[in-house]
Structure formats: C-alpha cells, structure tokens
Design a protein around this ligand. Structure first.
Ligand SMILES: *[C@@H]1O[C@H](CO)[C@@H](O)[C@H](O)[C@H]1NC(C)=O
Ligand SMILES: *[C@@H]1O[C@H](CO)[C@@H](O)[C@H](O)[C@H]1NC(C)=O
Ligand SMILES: *[C@@H]1O[C@H](CO)[C@@H](O)[C@H](O)[C@H]1NC(C)=O
Length: 604
C-alpha cells in the first residue's frame, strides 16, 4: 500500500479513486503447503534472468456447462449420446466472462506485464503469460519463487511454497501454474522389478500361440460353451500380446477404420520409444504385424532420442501396437525436466508437463479417439486447485470424443507410512492423481489366468479431492456397505472411487535395447486396456458411428456386462492388507477386465 500525501490524493481523478477500483495489493492466499514438500530442499533464489511461463486457469462464465455437456454426450441413455462437440463448441462452454478477462488484464498490466506476452490457451479457458521474470511473478502472486532440489532424484525446480491472489481475483481465477506443484508426472512401472520373477521368452511365444490355437479348437468342438479356458496357463507367468489378445477376446477382430482411428500414448520424463525395438518385438511376438509403425510427435521441447529407449515408452508402444494393429499409433514425447548438464549450472525447471501436453493436444484439429497415459502422482502432493483445473481439461477431451485412460498406480492403497502432508501427520490411504479425476478412466492391475486375479500392486481407493460422480454411485456405495467398518477413517467414503477397470499388469515381455525383459506395473495395464478400447472405437467408426469418448458412464451401466469381473486378490499398503477384490466394483480391479467380443456387441 502506498501512502500518498493528501494533496496528491485530492488530485487523483474521481474515477481512479472510486471505491470500486480493484485493490491489487489485497492478497488472499490461494494455495500454500504446510511445509516444504517432502524430499525438497530450498537452494535459494533463481539464477539472474530466469523467467517463467505462467499458466492461469480462468473460471468459466457458466460453471457447470462443460461437465453437463460431457455427461450428455457420454451417457448411453441420453439423447445426445455420441454427439461430441467441436473444439469451437467446447471453447464456448469454457469461455470466461468478459469481465474476467478485463479484470485479469488490468491486474497484469498494473504489474507491467506487456499485453503482447499474454495469449489464450486450452480452448480459451486459460491464459499463458510468457517469459515472466521471477521478481514479477513474485509480485503478481505474493509469492517467493525459489530453486528447490530433490534429495533423491537431484532434480531442481523453480517453485513457491505458497501463492496468493488479490481477493477480487479469487472469483475469476481457478489456479496459476507453475506455483506450488512440486511433483510432476511419475511413471507407474516397477522399473526396479525389471525381470525379477517373470520368465523370459528370448525366442518369441510360438508355443503359447500354438497352445492358444489348440485350446480354441477344443472349445469349438466342445458342446458346452464357456466351459473351457482359451488361455494357456503359461500366460500366468509370461505375458505376451498373444496372451492378451486371447484373454481379452480380440484376436479375431481386424480393424477397418484405420484412416480415421488413432491410438495416442502420452510420454514424459525423457522416455523415448524405439522403432527398432518395436520391430524386434513384433517379429518375436506378433509376426503378422511387423509392418506396424508409430509416429512420434514432440511437444514443448520433448526429444526423440532413438539411441536411448525407455522401458516405459517401449512397453506402452509395444503393447499398444501389437493389440491395435493396424491402427495408427502416435507417441507424444513431452519435454519435462531440462537436460542434465555435467559441470554446468543445472537449468532450472519451470515446466508443467501435463499442462504443456494438454495445451498442445487441445490445439489440434483432430485428436486421437483413445489416449493412454501411464504417469501420475500421489493426490495429496498435487495442489487441489491445480488438480481440479487439470481434471476439467481431461473433461474437455472427453467432450470432444476422446477416451482418456490412465494407469491407477503401483502402490496398492499407498506406499510407506501413508501420512498426510497437511501438518496433522495422520495415517491415511493415499489415492493417485490423475486416476482420481472422475473424467478419466483409471486402469488397475491384474495377474494370472484361469482365473485372472487382482495384482497386489494395483493402486485403488477413494479420492479426497473429487466427490463420487453419480455414474458410479450405486456400485461404489454397495462396495462401501459391504466392508462395514473395515479401514474406517483410512479412506474417504464420499470420494470418487478408482480404478474403473483393470487389465494384466505383471510379467510383460518387452524388448529394450534389443534384449527381451519382463516388466510389471499398471503401466502395462493402461496401454493394454486402451488398445482394446481403440479396437472398439475402430468398430464404431467403421459402422459410421461416433467414437466412444468418455467411457465411464457406459462402463458403469450397459458396459459392465462386457467386462470380466475379478473377484479375488487384494492391494496391500500403508501397513494394511488393503482392499479385497469382490464380485462387482472394488477399489482394486474396478469393474473388471475388458472382453472385446462382448463389448463390441454392447456398443454396436
Ligand atoms: C546433484 O547436482 C549437483 C549440482 O548439479 C552436483 O554437485 C551433485 O554432485 C549432484 N548429486 C548427485 C547425487 O548426483
Ligand atoms: C473427502 O472427500 C471430499 C470430496 O469428495 C472432500 O471434500 C473432503 O475434504 C474429503 N475428506 C478428507 C478427510 O480429505
Ligand atoms: C468373445 O467374443 C465373442 C463375440 O465375438 C462372444 O460371443 C464370446 O462370448 C466371447 N468369448 C468369451 C470367452 O467371452
């Protein structure tokens, strides 16, 4: 606050002195952590000259318009089912009130931000303010941006432990990033478990394929439909595309809509997918599909280093391709942390990879009908305002007709001691984001065959951020009733339950730098489920129907009959036995694993 001499005040024209003029120094906290997030240590101010690209999520004028539209076009019972919206129509739904633009622009110009550095993004729902000097960001947000270093990864980030907005802007701005989110997408795959128990098939799966063919023949001959398994027991210890195509009943389907239908894989953290490894993999495990090739799209400084294949990227693309072939696949390589420079000043990371990728994808005139992402983070480490804003960006994708799948995570009900980070240090199950966002389809993990059971790594539980959406109310309420007082106080009985569905998540054979290895994690499950969904989208498009878009209202209603209910296994964690998979929905395997043949009949 400036204290001006009275004489000067008197000279101020009436309009400026009006009590309605916003007070830009009237800060109110928007989000602040109780402590510096665990494992991060302050290293002091940013190097001179550091700038930040600030992303500002504006409140839409019509608060519920986007989500209302999402449910209309995604609920099979609704007259508008499948009538997905165009990019322009979505932009209209998320448009802020003109007053919001005016007020935010006033605030920015009051701080000397040139209007030339402000652009709209994310279908007009956000502003991107480019190259803001750190001191200006501090002044705008009543913040203190500092360099923080992670004790284990040694990553450095430019973040602030708290930030504020002038009181009047709280009704107009949902979140500002980067600010208090210290994490960033983390890959859900058990890298440390590369090849521990899984049997390796260096020469391919000819035996498994022969066994599948023999079982199918025997089943055909049998007069008791459904009485014989069609998946060999060896798939219990070694998963290949042949196992999954038999288990999920998609091996006889040939995609037809390959000029329209696309399966996208979102990649982060300098994970590169190798074309050579894919070729080797297909030669071994799906020799009729060696023509499969994927396109790499780099986003925001992401690279495509073919000399440095990543296990996550290779896993995703090898299973997406081998199940969806000949559907075109795109691998998005989104820049994350800046490259590590030995002996140099480590560049300071000011990125927000989800926002970068979402900004990019929402700018495209055509978006893949199915997208799989195997990255996430503990929900409590993601600021609530940020999580809510990002979650509605996934809703934008669904409204435009894209099925968005995320792996649920690899930590059961939670890793380690499971203490809350709000200062109370209370023990609680730890849900994951974005799996906890009600507008994505979260994919948990299973293992073994005949029967298929829950994988103990499968993350599942209940959000503390997002209330339970009505599409899952009946199934989730029924599960909660069935467990009585078990785990009472450890999970949120009113939160969104996840995962929604599941798929195999252990002993996946992949090729990495020419070698065959075995890998575990819900990172296996998400591309597998997404590839099956992509085949369903192919079927819909080839019949002249719209894509499936946001899947959950379908899955929790008519779609349930097309899923294999998983009824045993559990997801231990936080020093507990975790939840147990039961008949119907459960927070370990969701509604179950996909049966392509049955789902195809349902969506016909
Ligand atoms: C972390 O980075 C700093 C500076 O970039 C370096 O001096 C240090 O050796 C690194 N520590 C580890 C464990 O890599
Ligand atoms: C439980 O979830 C609701 C949202 O559904 C949230 O408002 C509430 O704060 C959560 N409770 C806890 C203890 O986190
Ligand atoms: C596989 O799909 C077919 C339809 O293509 C269906 O008739 C059959 O029941 C499904 N098989 C199993 C084992 O679910």
């Amino acid at each position: 606050m400036f204290w001006l001499p009275l004489s000067v005040l008197a000279a101020v024209p009436l309009t400026l002195a009006s009590p309605l003029a916003p007070r830009w120094d009237d800060f109110k906290v928007k989000h602040a952590w109780h402590d510096v997030p665990r494992n991060w240590k302050c290293e002091g101010p940013a190097p001179a000259g550091t700038t930040i690209d600030l992303r500002i999520a504006l409140k839409p004028h019509r608060e519920n318009a986007l989500v209302d539209a999402l449910y209309e076009v995604s609920s099979p019972q609704h007259a508008k089912y499948g009538a997905h919206l165009s990019k322009a129509e979505v932009a209209e739904l998320v448009a802020p009130h003109p007053d919001t633009h005016a007020l935010v622009n006033d605030w920015l110009s009051h701080h000397g931000v040139p209007s030339s550095s402000v652009s709209t993004s994310h279908n007009g729902g956000w502003l991107t303010v480019s190259s803001v000097p750190v001191s200006q960001a501090d002044a705008l947000l009543g913040a203190s941006y500092q360099v923080y270093r992670h004790a284990e990864t040694n990553d450095t980030l430019l973040r602030t432990v708290g930030y504020s907005l002038p009181a009047i802007l709280h009704d107009h701005i949902n979140t500002v990033a980067p600010s208090t989110y210290f994490g960033g997408p983390r890959a859900w795959r058990k890298t440390s478990h590369l090849t521990p128990n899984g049997k390796i098939l260096p020469d391919g799966d000819a035996e498994i394929q022969a066994e599948i063919a023999a079982l199918a023949k025997a089943k055909e001959a049998s007069r008791l439909p459904g009485s014989l398994a069609t998946v060999p027991s060896s798939c219990s210890s070694t998963i290949t595309p042949s196992c999954l195509r038999a288990l999920y009943n998609s091996s006889t389907y040939t995609p037809k809509a390959t000029s329209q239908n696309v399966l996208g894989i979102a990649g982060y953290l300098e994970e590169y997918a190798s074309h050579t490894d894919l070729k080797t993999f297909l030669t071994k495990f799906r020799s009729d599909a060696t023509a499969a090739a994927f396109t790499v799209v780099t986003v925001n400084g992401g690279l495509d280093n073919q000399n440095s294949p990543g296990d996550e990227a290779n896993l995703d693309i090898q299973y997406a391709e081998s199940i969806s072939f000949p559907t075109p696949n795109i691998y998005y390589s989104t820049g994350g942390s800046p490259p590590f420079v030995e002996d140099g000043n480590t560049p300071t990371n000011t990125n927000e990879p989800y926002l970068d990728w979402l900004q990019f994808i929402l700018e495209q005139s055509t978006i893949p009908q199915t997208i799989s992402t195997s990255y996430g983070d503990d929900e409590q480490t993601v600021p609530l305002d940020y999580a809510q804003s990002v979650c509605t960006l996934f809703a934008q994708l669904g409204t435009q007709g894209t099925s968005v799948l995320f792996s649920s995570g690899d930590s059961g009900v939670g890793d380690g001691s499971c203490l809350t980070n709000d200062g109370t240090n209370k023990k609680q199950f730890i849900p994951n984001f974005p799996a906890s966002c009600p507008f994505v389809t979260a994919v948990g993990g299973t293992t073994r065959v005949n029967p298929e059971v829950a994988a103990s790594l499968s993350s599942g539980g209940f959000s503390n951020y997002f209330p339970r959406p009505s599409y899952q109310d009946a199934q989730v309420t029924s599960f909660i009733k069935s467990i009585g007082t078990s785990f009472s106080g450890l999970y949120n009985t009113t939160g969104r339950g996840f995962p929604d569905i599941s798929a195999q998540a252990e002993n996946f054979q992949i090729v990495l730098s020419g070698r065959t290895e075995s890998i575990d994690g819900t990172s296996c499950a998400s591309p597998t489920a997404a590839a099956v969904i992509s085949l369903l989208n192919d079927f819909r498009l080839s019949e002249g129907k719209p894509s499936l878009g946001f899947l959950n209202p379908l899955l929790y209603s008519t779609g349930t009959a097309g899923l294999n209910d998983i009824t045993s296994g559990s997801n231990p964690g936080c020093g507990t036995t975790g939840f147990t998979a039961v008949a119907g929905w459960d927070p370990v395997t969701g509604l179950g694993t996909p049966d392509f043949g049955k789902l195809q009949a349902i969506v016909a």
